[in-house]
Structures are given as C-alpha cells and as structure tokens.
Design a protein. Structure first.
Length: 237
C-alpha cells in the first residue's frame, strides 16, 4: 500500500520475475497512484472530476493567489489523507502547501465543495466478469476525511451505509461508473473508487481510485462474502 508498492513498483517486479500477481498491472496502478494522472485519464474518458491547479515545489513562478478558494490541498502521489488540508484563506493554503511539499514535490489544489456527500464503491472480477459492491457513505466528524478517521478513531470502520443519502439512483450511477473505470483502465484484483457529490446541484465526481484498498474495501463486500471467501475470490481471478 502506498509508494514503492501500490504505484506499480511491485507489479513491475512481479512481471520481471514472472510471478503471478493478485492485483492491478503496472500502468493502471501508476495511474491510480498519481492523482493528476488519474484526473487527466478520467477526463479523457469523459468521466467528471473536480477542477484543480497543480503546484510544484521547484516552480518559483507559482502564485498562491492563482488558486481559487476554498481548495483542498493533496500531495499528488500519496494516500490515506496524509498531507491533505482544506484551505479557505491564502494563509492556510501557503501553510498547507509547505506541509504537502514535505511528502511530494507535486501537489494538487482541488476545488473544494461546501455541501457534499462522499461515496465509496469497490469492483473486482469474479469468474471473468466485473462485479461491483454496494455503495457506502463514509462518516467523519471533521470537514473532510482524515487519517484518524480511517485508521485510528474508527479502527478502519469509517464506512457505513447511509440509506437516507445513498438513494437508488445515486448508487446505480456510482456502480456504473465504477465498473466503467475498472474495465477501461484495465484494473484487476480488488479496487475501490471514491466519489464526491455536490449536494447543491447533484453533480457527481470521481475523487480518487485506490488500486490496493486493503481491508478498507472488504466492508463493501461483507454482505456478499465472508473474509475467507473474499480472499478466495481474489485469488481465482
């Protein structure tokens, strides 16, 4: 999970050594790990993503005032909400960029939604056919999901279905997009796709793709598989 693994490095090593791998190949893994590459690829497929500005640590001409506020700062090639910060002022943005540059020389400044709902959906191939999971709404007491939400406070149990906000039409749209992304980007193994919806106009955007979601994807399949069956389904791909 993360750099030197999820980014296609392990997939490349396995390919060089001729070792079968439960998981995605080099190209799809690399695209999913790089948030900028993800956005550019999805835009090319006509799949909606939030607008963004790219900041680079070696770009002396970059002007923080060029970034529309509010914005969410994210290291381009990192996960688990590390280095992620919601910024409403130029001062907050400047500080957040300094922190994010400690993790990656390239940083994403993504348009922040004020009134939004997040959705998670997983996909994997079962007996040669792409299958998608149920759709869940992640829960947090913070403005955006944090590392603590995912790994400390909830012990990785921040996923929970919220039927009052996850209606049938939204779930169907999320599942269709998840299957399309999984197929067109050539994923294998289990993948989780995260979405964000603007509650003011109903627009749905792809937020991130996780090619190695680990145990945080299992909860999306828990109604379909026990843990042993889940592992067996991945191996049989």
């Amino acid at each position: 999970h993360g750099a030197c693994g999820e980014d296609g490095t392990v997939a490349a090593l396995c390919k060089l050594c001729g070792i079968p791998l439960v998981g995605s190949d080099i190209v799809s893994s690399a695209i999913a790990m790089d948030k900028i590459a993800t956005k550019r690829t999805l835009l090319g497929l006509g799949i909606p993503v939030l607008s963004y500005v790219v900041a680079r640590s070696d770009d002396d001409t970059f002007d923080v005032s060029s970034v529309p506020l509010p914005t969410v700062v994210k290291p381009a090639r990192l996960g688990s909400s590390i280095g992620v910060k919601l910024c409403r002022t130029t001062e907050e943005l400047t500080e957040a960029l300094q922190t994010a540059f400690c993790y990656d020389r390239t940083v994403l400044c993504e348009r922040a939604l004020i009134d939004f709902t997040e959705y998670n959906c997983s996909a994997m191939r079962v007996q040669g056919q792409v299958r998608v999971s149920r759709v869940d709404v992640p829960k947090t007491s913070h403005e955006i999901l944090t590392f603590e939400d995912k790994y400390i406070d909830g012990g990785g149990k921040y996923l929970s279905t919220n039927k009052s906000t996850c209606d049938v039409e939204v779930a169907r749209m999320v599942q269709q997009l998840t299957e399309e992304i999984y197929t067109k980007l050539g994923f294998s193994g289990v993948v989780r796709v995260d979405y964000i919806a603007d509650n003011t106009d109903g627009s749905l955007y792809v937020n991130e793709i996780n090619s190695v979601p680990g145990s945080l994807a299992y909860g999306l399949w828990s109604n379909d598989y026990g843990m042993t069956e889940y592992g067996a389904a991945l191996v049989q791909q």
